[in-house]
Design a protein around this ligand. Structure first.
Ligand SMILES: *Cc1c(COP(=O)(O)O)cnc(C)c1O
Length: 397
């Protein structure tokens, strides 16, 4: 997955353009910048690649989630439904707006279980936020139908699945808004950065203004601009955007490498008894950022993972025991540990997570092992790795 594995001359040339002009900020300084508008260029490349009308860059993927929800009017006390298996950024963004993260189960897709989502909808629900974890997607058709029936927003967290598709549409473009991260370990990286995509002009305008202190971006005197509503600073810098311009142009090359390496691993592991693979919803095509598979029991998955680690097979994750990606270890959320007081809406609205069990999620995530697909592997390395993994699983049976 990480695009940094293949940094090269193209990224350097883009960054040097910015350094040569000396304008490191995306707004203003028109006469100094020698025609370099890297953030604007990346927004236009991204919108085109993702087949949407608008893209808005942000300082991170977490910022993208925050800005996406803020742009669509999500605020204090609104409930946002999201999965138990995600990165902490998902609920952080919700809490940052004073909204309430409602965790629900995942199924064998390792993403939102539509029946668990349906059961969690209340009159305070505003958003369903599927997270396309580890390169594959939620059942977006079922979730969109729920949104339609209950008048909710569908906001896709596609941070780990850039380049995947669903019913022919790029992930992130199926819902009302989609979010990407360009942090250092993502398929496309800027070092730090993120983006929102949408076809809704109002959301785009709101995102553009909200992410820059509410600036209306009218005219050419920044100081004279007005501020139609309260905003914040979630801007990306030109230096970061420049790296992104070079990286996004390489996305399709990255995806074909991921697919090649994924396929070699999968074709070898397919023959191992007790190994089954995560379900990809009908109509979906993965980004192949990870290969995720199930063992027949939690004990076996733990044992296989421990053996992979001890035998030096890196980049394999057992999410069930992971501090950052699964609800069991989110003590700070479960126990509401914050530096200052939380908003009353949040205190009142957060479910009693310390006493909530997510059996269905445990049942799937407890049996899952995910292998990061690296871009920098040679074909020989992948084949050797595949054989070693298969041998290790067999030795644990
Ligand atoms: C990386 C990631 C984010 C946050 O992105 P940052 O750019 O690191 O803030 C959000 N959601 C998911 C699923 C991620 O993997």
């Amino acid at each position: 997955m990480p695009g940094f594995e293949l940094f090269g001359e193209k990224e350097k040339a883009q960054v040097n353009d910015v350094l040569d002009s000396g304008v490191l900020m995306r707004y203003g300084f028109d006469s100094l910048r020698q025609g370099h508008w890297k953030a604007l260029e990346l927004e236009s490349l991204l919108a085109k690649r993702m087949q949407v009308k608008y893209a808005q860059l942000t300082s991170s993927g977490t910022a993208a989630l925050t800005v996406a929800m803020a742009s669509a009017g999500v605020g204090a006390g609104d409930e946002v439904i999201l999965p138990t298996f995600t990165f902490v950024a998902s609920f952080e963004a919700v809490l940052a707006l004073g909204a309430i993260p409602i965790l629900v189960d995942v199924d064998d897709t390792l993403t939102l279980d539509p029946s668990a989502v349906a059961a969690a909808i209340t009159e305070r629900t505003k958003v369903i936020m599927p997270v396309h974890m580890c390169g594959s997607m939620a059942d977006l058709r079922a979730l969109k139908l729920l949104c339609h029936t209950h008048n909710l927003l569908l906001i896709e967290d596609a941070c780990q699945a850039i380049g995947g598709t669903y019913e022919g549409k790029p992930l992130g473009s199926y819902g009302d808004l989609g979010c990407f991260s360009f942090d250092y370990v993502k398929t496309v990286t800027c070092g730090e950065g993120g983006a929102i995509i949408t076809n809704n002009e109002r959301y785009k305008i709101n995102a553009d203004q909200y992410s820059d202190h509410g600036h209306d971006h009218k005219g050419s005197d920044r100081g004279a601009e007005t501020h139609p509503f309260l905003g914040y600073n979630f801007r990306i810098s030109e230096l970061h955007a420049a790296v992104g311009v070079a990286q996004l142009k390489r996305l399709d090359d990255f995806l074909s490498l991921q697919k090649k390496h994924y396929s070699i691993l999968r074709q070898t592991l397919e023959h191992v008894p007790e190994v089954t693979f995560r379900r990809v919803p009908k109509g979906g095509v993965e980004s192949y950022a990870f290969l995720s598979f199930f063992l027949s029991s939690q004990e076996l998955a733990k044992k296989v993972h421990a053996t992979l680690v001890s035998e030096g097979v890196d980049a394999c994750f057992y999410w069930f025991d992971n501090n950052w990606h699964y609800y069991r270890k989110w003590q700070h959320l479960l126990e509401q540990s914050s530096l200052g007081p939380l908003p009353n809406e949040v205190k009142k609205g957060l479910p009693q997570y310390t006493s909530t069990q997510f059996y269905k999620s445990d049942q799937w995530v407890g049996r899952t092992i995910s292998c990061l697909i690296k871009l920098g592997w040679s074909e020989d390395e992948v084949s050797q790795r595949a054989r070693k993994m298969a041998d290790i699983v067999r030795s644990c049976l």
